[in-house]
Write a protein that binds this ligand. Structure first.
Ligand SMILES: [Zn+2]
Length: 535
């Protein structure tokens, strides 16, 4: 049945659109947007829902998050701020969590950042042992590039004191050279995957439930589409299961982890599977994380672990990977945070993209934290799309300022990137930080860290540009700009009803704007009240 929403402030984000207070939805798509009389005349028999002056914006798009991980860590002990200000609080939370974690699973906490703890350092295995003495426990860093293990977990993972650092990663060690429980990068990723898989098997779940839990959370934030930046064989199965059961609340665009591509192609699964599930892109990691100080930079970090970061591939190897995936028709999305990594990634793209032909597959850089002006100019000339995370500024920005005392103002320089001509897509990288795009929109405008420092005052965006990150630009970043990202006739009816207009709200208050309803293809997937009764 036709549906008209009217008596609304409609923010279309479409180029050149006139004012609109009504929208007609027909068969899951937008049939008309404009003034109420005109829209009503187009569908005399339509059901009319009056929104009482509420604001309607396009469904928000998270161009880079980890959907299954959001669902998985929803069950972990919250060891982030403000819940756990010091090690004792983390211990209390792990102790409590141990009581309700089924035997066979590891006691799991997540969300801490060492520089935000009162102690200003990572917790140690001994401190975890004191909380959870007799079974494995893991505490994930907010970056998900580092974790801390207790002694039982170290043993079960097969990590021993005398062992050298593994390829693509490192162990923290105490003054006697004993493992202190901290695990960086590659071995941490492997552990995380093992733990998800074991806990899913333990719960007799195929993962559909994780995806459903995550989808409910994302819908409550107004998200109608998300790039899953970590799609693997088992998470694909989870999405496919939820999709078949009609339980996906977002359109999921999968970035398939590079070592899973042979499986994907062998199973004939490259491409679109439904209106809500697609696997057209590949994910590669070039370096480590920004908040874990493992992003590959020129120079050394003035803060622990005092290195220059971790690179995952030799430049030639990376170029050949990009070449092969490009030839197989994939969009390539490479995690690159440090300037040393970004340089190598741009070299790889430059070697593969034919001069003068642009970047037809829209190969991307994920994050791009330290993409300084000369690198941004190169990325713009190559037509590289950047999926980045404004919300890092408030949650992790003080740590960035400590790690980059001379160039902190040039990190995540969204305004400069846009001026250079780069399409910047907004995203959260959740569960690294909250998936809430209202936080990201505020941070893109305000650039305030948790301590109130203004990081890169010249890089603040207007509210309209900040909203574009999560709508039109994010749609472009996943080749969906003809279907989603703005409210225009013939596009999919993905929209959000808000109690305030984000373009006219004091930026600091944007995270307090209420999401009244989230609508996917004309069907509400979240409502805080009952705007759409019976739907
Ligand atoms: Zn990520």
């Amino acid at each position: 049945m036709d549906l008209i929403v009217e008596d609304a402030v409609i923010v279309t984000t479409a180029a050149g659109a006139g004012p609109a207070d009504a929208m007609l939805v027909r068969d899951g798509r937008i049939a008309a947007v404009g003034q109420a009389e005109t829209v009503r005349a187009a569908a005399p028999g339509a059901e009319v829902v009056r929104l009482g002056g509420a604001t309607v914006i396009p469904g928000l798009i998270d161009a880079h998050c980890h959907v299954a991980d959001i669902g998985y860590l929803a069950a972990a002990a919250d060891c982030g701020q403000p819940s756990a200000p010091d090690v004792a609080a983390i211990q209390a939370r792990l102790r409590h969590s141990a009581e309700r974690t089924p035997g066979g699973s590891w006691v799991t906490g997540a969300g801490y950042a060492e520089y935000k703890l009162r102690e200003g350092r990572h917790p140690t295995r001994t401190e975890l042992d004191a909380a959870v003495p007799n079974r494995p426990a893991v505490l994930y860093h907010t970056s998900l590039h580092v974790c801390v293990l207790n002694t039982a977990a170290l043993r079960e993972a097969g990590f021993a004191d005398g062992q050298p650092d593994p390829v693509g990663g490192a162990f923290g060690r105490d003054s006697e050279g004993r493992l202190d429980g901290v695990v960086y990068e590659a071995p941490m990723f492997a552990l995380f995957e093992q733990n998800i898989r074991r806990d899913m098997a333990q719960a007799g779940s195929t993962g559909g439930k994780l995806v459903e839990t995550a989808g409910e959370r994302l819908a409550a934030f107004g998200l109608t589409a998300a790039c899953d930046a970590d799609m693997r064989r088992d998470t694909f199965a989870a999405f496919a299961e939820a999709d078949a059961a009609g339980l996906l609340r977002q359109r999921i665009y999968g970035l398939v982890v590079h070592d899973q591509v042979d499986w994907l192609l062998g199973a004939g699964l490259q491409g679109r599977h439904s209106g809500q599930l697609a696997t057209e892109a590949v994910k590669i990691w070039a370096d480590g994380g920004m908040s874990s100080r493992t992003a590959a930079i020129h120079g050394t970090y003035p803060v622990p672990p005092h290195g220059s970061g971790i690179l995952y591939f030799e430049p030639g190897e990376l170029t050949e990977m990009v070449r092969a995936f490009d030839a197989r028709g994939f969009q390539v999305c490479i995690h690159a945070q440090g300037d040393r990594a970004i340089e190598i990634v741009l070299d790889a793209y430059a070697a593969v993209l034919a001069p003068g032909r642009g970047n037809p597959r829209r190969h991307r850089i994920e994050h791009g934290g330290a993409m300084y002006p000369a690198l941004a100019a190169r990325a713009a000339a190559l037509g590289i799309v950047v999926a980045s995370q404004p919300g890092f500024l408030s949650s992790l920005g003080d740590g960035f300022a400590a790690a980059f005392p001379d160039s902190g103002d040039q990190l995540y320089s969204f305004a400069s990137w846009q001026r250079a001509g780069i399409t910047v897509a907004g995203s959260s990288d959740a569960p690294v930080i909250t998936a809430d795009p209202r936080v990201g929109i505020r941070d893109a405008i305000e650039r305030r860290t948790g301590d109130g420092r203004l990081l890169g005052p010249a890089e603040c965006l207007s509210a309209r540009d900040a909203l574009a990150l999560y709508t039109t630009h994010a749609a472009y970043a996943c080749h969906r700009e003809n279907e989603i990202g703005s409210l225009e006739p013939d596009k999919l009816a993905d929209f959000v009803v808000l109690d305030q207009n984000p373009l006219e709200t004091d930026a600091a208050l944007i995270p307090d704007i209420g999401v009244l309803a989230t609508v996917l293809g004309g069907t509400p997937v979240y409502q805080s009240g009952s705007i759409f009764p019976g739907r």
